[in-house]
Unconditional design. Structure first.
Length: 302
């Protein structure tokens, strides 16, 4: 049984929006690239492993805290006799393993050791569960699922799964005992309740409303090369067509996410997206979908 859906992390969503509407620093672009690749790899693993939900309890993208130690679990599978932690890495390119470290073969730079991450997650998860009276052994593997990843001098005694091994690994998982009882469901419910839905993050730069590029962008490819055709918007880059009202609501969510301190007003939304037909058209859309607060010039929407 799949108990929760994977959703894009707020940090990734924010960086994507800012990258569309302003020039972000190089370190932020690097962080954006890492998050995008990681999310893609997790989605690919979800596709590969979804069928296991017929036998086991599956939780995705858990962000937990044990005594101030925060940790993230990409995928957690509850079987009859153990919990399996899957640490998914969508690394691309050639790496080598030396003296217990992973290094890029071109730059020789050391990367964060995913085996250490897996070990830390297993330890903290075990301590968290035992503290609350749950006793189930914990296993786990690091899964490299990018088709263009290769690790030279790979250790053979480490819990690592490569893409060519993935189907067999999942098949072996499916063979584990799968008689689940209320105790297994209590563990799953406990973890869902402890999950931090919006983990805090800090951006390495500041931004403001006036510095943003204004206008509609395509809801599929992010291009600003869109044109209005009455009730719809059409992207001239990828051909995606979207109802105008839907696009305005998407813009409202962008403003709320990037500027939570600002009140949603007709003027603000009109300035952000520039709807043809003026503010009255924006007001009609806002009136239809939100609750109006205040009077006269002080009207805003929640």
């Amino acid at each position: 049984m799949l108990l929760n859906e994977r959703v894009e992390r707020t940090e990734l969503t924010v960086l994507k929006l800012l990258n569309l509407r302003m020039e972000i620093p190089d370190d932020a672009k690097h962080r954006l690239s890492i998050l995008q690749k990681g999310y893609e790899g997790e989605l690919r693993f979800d596709e590969s492993s979804a069928w296991l939900a017929e036998k086991f309890l599956i939780l995705r993208d858990l962000f937990l805290d044990y005594d101030g130690n925060k940790f993230q679990i990409d995928t957690l599978i509850i079987t009859q006799k153990c919990i399996v932690v899957c640490e998914v890495k969508y690394y691309q390119g050639n790496y080598y393993y030396e003296d217990g470290e992973f290094r890029n073969i071109t730059t020789r730079k050391k990367i964060k050791n995913p085996l250490h991450q897996l070990s830390r997650c297993k330890t903290l998860l075990s301590q968290l569960l035992q503290k609350h009276g749950f006793h189930l052994s914990i296993d786990g593997n690091v899964i490299f699922n990018h088709p263009e990843f290769f690790l030279y001098d790979a250790p053979q005694d480490k819990p690592i799964i490569y893409l060519p091994q993935l189907n067999q690994y999942l098949h072996n998982l499916s063979g584990l005992p799968s008689v689940l009882n209320d105790g297994h469901h209590r563990i799953a419910q406990f973890l869902l309740e402890r999950h931090i839905a919006n983990p805090p993050f800090e951006l390495p730069f500041s931004y403001d409303f006036n510095g943003m590029r204004k206008g509609f962008c395509c809801g599929r490819c992010g291009s600003f090369f869109v044109s209005s055709g009455g009730r719809n918007l059409v992207c001239n880059n990828c051909g995606f067509e979207e109802e105008l009202g839907t696009a305005v609501l998407r813009c409202v969510e962008e403003i709320r996410l990037l500027f939570p301190e600002l009140k949603i007003t007709t003027k603000l939304v009109y300035e952000w997206c520039g709807v043809e037909g003026g503010r009255k058209r924006v007001m009609r859309i806002l009136n239809k979908h939100f609750k109006k607060m205040g009077y006269g010039k002080h009207v805003y929407f929640i």
